[in-house]
Ligand binder design. Structure first.
Ligand code: 4AD
Ligand code: MG
Length: 476
């Protein structure tokens, strides 16, 4: 019989129709007369209740009812996978409108109760990370992963509807886009027998690509090439950073969305950042109601309110210099920060969160940072001290977007590269955008998992990606 997904089944009328569902047992309870099996197939956070009437010796049986023996259901345990046929009927029980009166229960795959790791409810997040291969079967991770899919769809839909082209940038690269030296090397060389030149430097000429290559930290530089031809592009792919920061907001492998747009100025870039983020959050509210409600009830009573407030509010736009003034004023009035916040310092997440959560109580787009704390490609302001960065700071997250207007002048870009001593021999192609038909342009990068943290209210970035990669951890 053709299978019906549980999400669809739960929307049907309980009119005694015959129906087939398949899924994993979440729980089983009952008494000697009846067994109730909660079945979930991942299509929705909700389970469907399977009712199995049990044959009791000596008791009369109705002719139009199917009875099961204890032996029939011996292998129906938490975690096992079932193929169930039955009649869809109205439910007397609380919390569901329909249930299935089983006529046939086939066990596809058993799960030994002695060893199946997801027996009880309410495992800690830390424990679940150790069984990341099974945690998608929990309510929490089912919800998070359905929301993750929906956010990816929101992003593609937003850009597609606004005339952007999805542009695929390479994951293996010979350039350090952010100039921060946090790259993982890619090599086929035998690391125990590296060929070195007379000065003791590694000779890459016989390596796979004939030069030193790494996993990309950002698709931006190639994205700019796309924007200089297609006008508006976006990337959406994995990026890698070997930063040894064991925080709840950093991954070594994360997904980034990087739109790059020709002919826009700083104000239009900020409009885009704000409009795009609101669109994604609204999409979650519109499309993930059941899963959000679950996360709201279980973990974070303020989640849905917080999402709505972001959609309905104008983001604050503030220069870095104004931000530093506010922070120093707060310090004067007794606010204690762990890190200093003098003009020129990179803001720590405690500073970002003070501005967003305590001072403004709204998302903030911070602009015009000191050039020394930002990347080489950002457009320098007339004051020669600040650059046209446009980061978005979010409640409970801190930096969610890093963006900027790009320096389009060849001479200015070149002199910044030289001033910083950036090795540009493999970047001639990037500089060519400024040599041939250069144009004003701007773009940003959104960390997908940071968006996921915000939308799900989860506390740790390891819990919004199926298989997190962090220092000393690459299991699964
Ligand atoms: O601020 P970042 O480093 O900017 C760039 O990479 C630019 N090339 C983007 C652009 O203008 N096209 O990174 C962008 C965003 C951050 O705001 C943050 O959300 C996320 O990427 N991010 C991380 N997310 C998880 N783990 C990490 N280690 C991250 N590093 C950055
Ligand atoms: Mg940044």
């Amino acid at each position: 019989m053709q299978r019906t997904e549980i999400k669809a089944a739960l929307g049907l009328a309980g009119d005694d129709r015959e129906i087939n569902v398949r899924g994993w047992v979440r729980s089983r309870r009952g008494n000697k007369n009846v067994s109730f099996i909660a079945l979930n197939d991942g299509s929705t956070i909700k389970n469907i209740q399977i009712v199995a009437n049990m044959a009791v010796e000596g008791e009369a049986q109705e002719s139009n009812t199917t009875y099961f023996t204890d032996d029939d259901l011996r292998l129906v345990t938490t975690g096992s996978c079932l193929n169930v046929t039955g009649r869809l009927v109205e439910s007397m029980g609380k919390g569901q409108t329909v249930e299935i009166q089983a006529t046939e229960i086939e066990v596809y795959g058993t799960a030994d109760p002695m060893t199946y790791p997801l027996q009880k409810k309410g495992h800690s997040m830390e424990y679940l990370r150790e069984i990341a291969h099974l945690r998608p079967r929990t309510n929490t991770f089912g919800a998070v992963l359905r929301i993750r899919h929906n956010m990816a769809m929101a992003i593609h839909t937003y850009f597609h509807e606004h005339g952007y082209f999805y542009f695929h940038t390479p994951l293996i690269t010979a350039s350090d886009a952010e100039g921060a030296g946090q790259m993982f090397q890619v090599t086929t060389k035998n690391l125990y027998r590296l060929k070195k030149d007379d000065d003791g430097h590694i000779d890459y000429s016989d390596d796979f690509f004939g030069k030193m290559t790494s996993l990309t930290v950002s698709g931006q530089l190639e994205g700019e090439l796309g924007a200089m031809a297609l006008g508006k592009i976006y990337t959406f792919g994995p990026t890698f950073r070997a930063e040894n920061s064991n925080t709840p907001r950093h991954l070594a492998e994360f997904w980034m969305i990087e739109p790059e747009v020709a002919f826009i100025q700083k104000d239009e870039l900020m409009d885009l950042e704000e409009d795009f983020l609101k669109y994604c959050v609204r999409w979650a509210l519109d499309n993930c109601a059941d899963d959000l409600q679950f996360l709201n009830d279980m973990f974070d009573k303020g989640l849905i309110e917080r999402l709505k407030s972001v959609v309905d509010t104008d983001f604050v736009r503030l220069t870095y210099t104004e931000g530093i003034d506010i922070l120093q004023e707060a310090v004067k009035h007794g606010k204690k920060f762990e890190f200093p916040c003098n003009w020129g310092d990179d803001l720590a997440s405690e500073h970002e969160r003070y501005l967003v959560e305590e001072h403004f109580k709204k998302p903030v787009i911070m602009t015009d940072y000191p050039k020394e704390i930002k990347a080489f490609y950002m457009k320098i302001n007339d004051d020669q001290k600040t650059v046209q960065g446009t980061d978005v700071l979010f409640p409970s997250i801190g930096e969610i977007i890093g963006g900027s207007v790009r320096e389009e002048s060849y001479d200015k870009l070149m002199s910044e590269i030289e001033r910083r001593g950036i090795p540009m021999k493999d970047m001639w192609w990037y500089l060519d955008t400024r040599r041939y038909g250069s144009a004003p342009h701007a773009g940003f990068g959104l960390g997908f998992e940071r968006l996921m943290l915000f939308v799900t209210g989860m506390q740790n970035i390891r819990d919004v990606i199926p298989f997190p990669r962090t220092p000393k951890s690459a299991e699964f």
